[in-house]
Design a protein around this ligand. Structure first.
Ligand code: TMP
Ligand code: ZN
Length: 422
């Protein structure tokens, strides 16, 4: 039985099973369609001691990340966020030209580019070889490594200590958090800060975002649980920002225990809110599990009804979370003709499990379905805006999360059943 990576006990309650699914980022090439895919159980556990929510199956990191398809998003929403983050860090942490900022899981280096523009010395650490090469080719110096104690020592030796260590959407992916935090202690300046951006458990649960559960996301954190983790590792949280990107995230700033730098901000507000909601109780997760089943029933009901009425359906966006949704709900290529995605490296591939073909936006414009199932719902605003012409021509979106609903252009709604936008 798994040991809790936060409190080191084995006090689990099993709260939700989404069945078994292939790895969400394992898009399939045409030539590989005949090969069998490996399915892994997708089951959520709750630690009754520290409140950690996590998967019961840990897929080997080398299988997940040595070669990786996920390229950090360059959507308008995300570029706005990258800009904000660079500006905010320079102000908050007083970053100047001689300071080093190390980003772990830096992907293609999009975020680091924004820090470089501000004159900060930067270094990326990225385990996927294909992605680290892309970053280096683009001029963002990136070490092709997993971040841990050994990598931290190597960086310190070659580049000196870091004023800020940043990890965006990487902490939830890490099994041995203690190894990473030992590395942080080695690399960070005495009065430096570790900043991590992670999906927020409370947003996932309150927003019914069960689709964000997939094998890469080992842990689902509340602020309270993170406090346990950092306390045990001689660190403390001094700031939390609650952000609305990716369906709801927290940016958590951490320093060495007892370090006088940085005023405390936003921590008590969030931990009080978590207590008020009962986030550290198994009931909070059990209610989430019940709503997840209800959404599956409702969404498959809508899809079946549309299909029986002869409607043409396609998916919009091929994010990893779409694969959890489709596999869990059993929505495959018999329901969706294709999914459109604007990431060139995904186009032409097939979705894991459901085997739906990924097409370009241009293809989707030429073959508009009656309904798009919006799998990239975290960009709903940006996408509905972009697809105005499709909507105005009578096209509709089915938005599955937080509760399934149909969206169409104002003026074409047949009387209340659909939600009109504009
Ligand atoms: P992400 O939530 O992991 O960034 O994934 C979003 C996916 O949706 C990504 O594969 C790109 C795709 N996408 C589109 O196809 N069109 C769009 O307009 C946007 C914003 C995203
Ligand atoms: Zn625990």
């Amino acid at each position: 039985m798994l040991r809790c990576r936060v409190c080191l006990t084995r006090s689990w309650e099993r709260v939700l099973s989404l069945g078994a699914t292939p790895l969400a980022n394992n898009y399939i090439r045409l030539n590989d369609l005949k090969k069998e895919e490996i399915y892994y159980p997708l089951t959520l556990l709750f630690c009754t001691r520290c409140g950690l929510v996590c998967l019961d199956t840990v897929v080997d990191a080398a299988v997940l990340y040595d070669f990786y398809y996920y390229l950090s998003s360059e959507s308008k929403t995300m570029l706005r966020h990258n800009t904000w983050l660079a500006k905010t860090f320079v102000e908050r942490f007083g970053l100047s030209g001689s300071d080093l900022l190390v980003e772990i899981g830096s992907n293609t280096g999009t975020q680091l580019g924004f820090f470089r523009e501000k004159g900060v010395r930067i270094l990326g650490v990225e385990p996927a070889e294909n992605i680290a090469s892309l970053a280096n080719e683009a001029g963002i110096t990136t070490l092709n490594r997993y971040f841990n104690e050994a990598t931290a020592a190597e960086i310190r030796e070659r580049h000196g200590r870091a004023k800020v260590i940043l990890g965006r959407h990487v902490f939830a992916h890490i099994d041995d958090l203690d190894d990473v935090l030992r590395g942080v202690h080695i690399l960070l300046e005495d009065d430096g800060a570790l900043a991590i951006e992670i999906p927020y458990l409370v947003d996932m649960v309150d927003g019914n975002q069960f689709d964000t559960i997939y094998h890469e996301h080992l842990s689902y954190f509340s602020v309270r649980t993170l406090q346990h983790l950092f306390e045990r590792n001689e660190m403390e949280i001094f700031g939390v920002d609650h952000l609305d990107i990716h369906g709801g995230c927290i940016l958590v700033s951490v320093k060495r225990k007892g370090c006088p730098a940085f005023p405390v901000r936003g921590v008590d507000e969030l931990t009080a809110m978590e207590s008020g909601k009962g986030v550290q109780t198994v009931k909070y997760l059990e209610d989430f599990a019940r709503r997840t089943v209800e959404i599956k029933v409702e969404l498959t009901g809508i899809i079946n009804r549309l299909k029986k009425a002869g409607k043409v359906l396609a998916g919009y966006g091929a994010p990893a979370k779409g694969n959890t949704l489709l596999n869990y709900c059993g929505i495959d290529a018999t329901y969706l003709d294709y999914v459109s995605d604007n990431t060139p490296t995904k186009q032409g591939l097939y979705l894991p499990g459901t085997r739906i073909r990924i097409r370009s936006e241009e293809y989707a414009r030429q073959h508009p379905p009656d309904y798009f199932l919006l799998l990239a719902w975290n960009y709903a605003q940006e996408i509905l805006q972009k697809e105005r012409a499709y909507l105005e021509a009578g096209g509709k979106f089915v938005i599955p999360i937080p509760v399934p609903r149909i969206v169409e252009a104002a003026g074409t709604a047949p009387g209340g059943a659909s939600e009109a936008i504009r």
